[in-house]
Design a protein around this ligand. Structure first.
Ligand SMILES: [Fe+2]
Ligand SMILES: [Fe+2]
Length: 194
């Protein structure tokens, strides 16, 4: 497996875990279990913003997608769609974050509405990732050259990247660990939801 592919899979797995934890927490709260802890949600949104919107998606667009566009012009439409989603996702996160503000102000009255907005966001993000995993990465594996992969791997591993230096990298790892440890079991490793 190419190094960049390995990194992207790992990042998708981490995101998948976070999104599933969020959905599980929302389902528990809707079923009358532990109320949603807004602080944990904010931490999760901060992780998603720092990790996805500032790092993962821009690197996919600038390196993986750009290389694939050259080798597979037939995928242009699909890559346009995914690039469009990359651009639109920060705004979607803002919508969820604003719904969380309303939930915090009125937990009983806004719980159902917040969970619906959160579920929409998670489904959208999961669908995006699914298209990358099912269609884009296999196409890249078949079509990109070793030189292409070398350049993409260098971009994904580059800790001197001004967008994502060594300090941000370790901060992000710490944030992910803290998040998983605070999310209630069985979704995360924290105290059980009930
Ligand atoms: Fe993406
Ligand atoms: Fe991705």
């Amino acid at each position: 497996m190419q190094r960049a592919e390995d990194i992207i899979h790992k990042e998708h797995r981490n995101l998948f875990s976070v999104l599933n934890c969020l959905r599980g927490m929302a389902r528990d709260a809707l079923a009358g279990g532990k109320p949603i802890d807004a602080a944990i949600l904010r931490q999760a949104f901060s992780y998603v913003d720092k990790f996805l919107n500032r790092y993962h998606h821009p690197k996919e667009s600038a390196h993986l997608f750009a290389a694939l566009r050259k080798r597979r012009p037939d995928l242009g439409g699909k890559l346009d769609e995914l690039d469009g989603q990359h651009k639109g996702l920060p705004e979607k996160l803002t919508v969820v974050s604003e719904a969380l503000d309303r939930y915090e102000a009125d937990p009983a009255g806004e719980l159902a509405a917040f969970c619906e907005v959160l579920e929409d966001y998670c489904r959208f993000e999961l669908g995006h990732m699914r298209m990358e995993e099912a269609e884009i990465i296999p196409a890249a594996r078949d079509s990109l050259t070793d030189e292409d992969w070398k350049a993409i791997s260098a971009a994904f591993e580059d800790n001197d990247d001004p967008l994502f230096g060594e300090r941000q990298s370790s901060e992000l790892r710490d944030l992910f660990r803290a998040l998983v440890n605070e999310m209630p079991a069985p979704h995360g490793l924290g105290n059980p939801a009930r």
